[in-house]
Design a protein around this ligand. Structure first.
Ligand SMILES: [Zn+2]
Length: 184
């Protein structure tokens, strides 16, 4: 998979290439690791995991990946800079990686700004069952269905959103999750 030895020009081309999105719609985006990752013990692991997740977000041309020491989050996404900062105090999880990529893709598909549930719905509508490595969907809870059903439920909620406002509540209903739905 592309990525680790990108020159600046390669990155620039990937970002600004004429009609890049039109011409390379099915081409996997470029993952650019920042120097903060260089000597971290999970360095190789997280790059492998991101490279596995990137093809599910073909809208993204470039994703910059670095580390944060912020203890309040597992990771955070910065849309303006296509940047994900991951807190690597614990082993990286696909669930978190897909959620963060969901944040980056949100503005490109007309999603609501800074919405945690929306990022999770996008993430879990795309994640392969075998990569779901948590027992819950971030900010949404645990559907009362096998994990193999989770993407279908997320897709239904996203479909519902096209013509309705209360899509998160809808998701909680169809996923049979009790409790208060997360505010969008
Ligand atoms: Zn988030």
């Amino acid at each position: 998979m592309s990525g680790n030895n990108m020159s600046r020009n390669d990155v620039k081309r990937a970002k600004t290439g004429a009609n890049s999105r039109l011409l390379h719609e099915s081409v996997v985006g470029v993952l650019v690791p920042l120097t903060s990752l260089d000597k971290h013990e999970y360095h190789v692991k997280i790059l492998e995991m991101f490279n596995k997740a990137m093809p599910f977000f073909p809208e993204l041309d470039v994703v910059y990946l670095g580390i944060t020491d912020d203890h309040h989050c597992k990771a955070c996404a910065d849309n303006r800079n296509n940047l994900i900062k991951y807190n690597l105090n614990d082993e990286p999880k696909f669930t978190t990686i897909f959620h963060e990529l969901g944040h980056l893709v949100t503005p490109l598909i007309g999603g609501p700004k800074n919405s945690e549930p929306f990022a999770s719905l996008i993430a879990f509508s795309r994640i392969p069952t075998e990569l779901i490595d948590e027992d819950h969907i971030p900010y949404l809870g645990t559907p009362k269905f096998p994990k193999s059903e989770w993407p279908k439920l997320c897709l239904k909620a996203l479909e519902f959103r096209k013509t309705n406002r209360n899509y998160i509540q809808k998701f909680m209903e169809i996923a049979n999750i009790r409790g208060f739905p997360y505010e969008d």
